[in-house]
Design a protein around this ligand. Sequence first.
Ligand SMILES: Nc1ncnc2c1ncn2[C@@H]1O[C@H](COP(=O)(O)OP(=O)(O)OP(=O)(O)O)[C@@H](O)[C@H]1O
Ligand SMILES: [Mg+2]
Length: 322
Amino acid sequence: MTVQTLPDRGHDRLVGQWGRPPRGGPAHSTHTLRCVDIASPADMAAALRSVSYLPDDGVATAAFLALVMQRPLFCEGEPGTGKTALATALSQALGLPMVRLQCHEGIDASQALYDWDFPRQLLHLRAVEASGADVQEGELYSERFLLARPLLQALRLAPCVLLVDEIDRADDEFEAFLLEVLAENRVSIPELGEITAAVPPLVVLTSNRTREVHDALKRRCLYHWVDHPDLEREVAIVGERLPHVNAELARQVALATRALRSIDLLKPPGVAETLDWACALHALGRTTLDVQSAAATLGAVLKYREDSDKVTQLGLDGLLLR
Ligand SMILES: Nc1ncnc2c1ncn2[C@@H]1O[C@H](COP(=O)(O)OP(=O)(O)OP(=O)(O)O)[C@@H](O)[C@H]1O
Ligand SMILES: [Mg+2]
């Protein structure tokens, strides 16, 4: 075992559990676990880079600590800075399946945890009645009619990566419910009993900070603010994700996107927009970014009319010279 162990809190034992399929765990938990190879933030950075995710030191350290401390990682940041992609990269880098819970306004436990397949229950009920047999209530609330939603799937599938995406879109009640599930790593289904994760899933929560997430949830998590990358890393990300794009064009686009971020825009562009912009220019056969090609492709990087107007008024030539 090469995993770094931390004193006093039994992390070595916990991390050790990640290194082998859980005893008595479900048969599908046979993924090749690569967590044991990750003994430092540098190892984590290398693992993420190997799946084309280029983290800065802060992200690599936060992800490493989340892994060894078995604590959820709460990533906040501007749109398009790689929060969701981090969870996907972790699952690929660690060789773990990923379960995604996409949060939205009004999401509740039946959408996040489990529900009963009502139409199938009804069909079953009719079929049993038609055969003249007695209906056993227990039959209707059995595994056969259970719809496992992402949280339950993750508890059963663990070790896995559980992405709770855009938690800021959910409401307070859901947050409290999620807190409970994350704290216990266990759910109780009255009709079926308790379901406990063999090991806690590696949880990544993301938020665009459209509202403040409560302290109680934050307290349970490791927090990391995901910033826009610096110029060199952004150029490298374009190179990694779009290897067919000319290196000079990649640098010019990254520079221009940075210039756009320095203007007071309704929606400053993220890495996603840098990639789209480079892709659009490449699709038009451009190998350099000039005023004309920038004007023709502005819709790939700016998504509000007010922002496009503002940039056009300020002058694209000035922007490209920054
Ligand atoms: N460090 C990085 N390395 C490689 N690709 C990156 C990195 N950061 C961002 N990307 C790429 O940028 C794009 C946007 O990333 P992602 O969707 O994860 O952003 P986000 O922070 O989740 O945005 P939103 O808040 O809008 O959901 C993706 O294509 C992703 O792969
Ligand atoms: Mg996202």
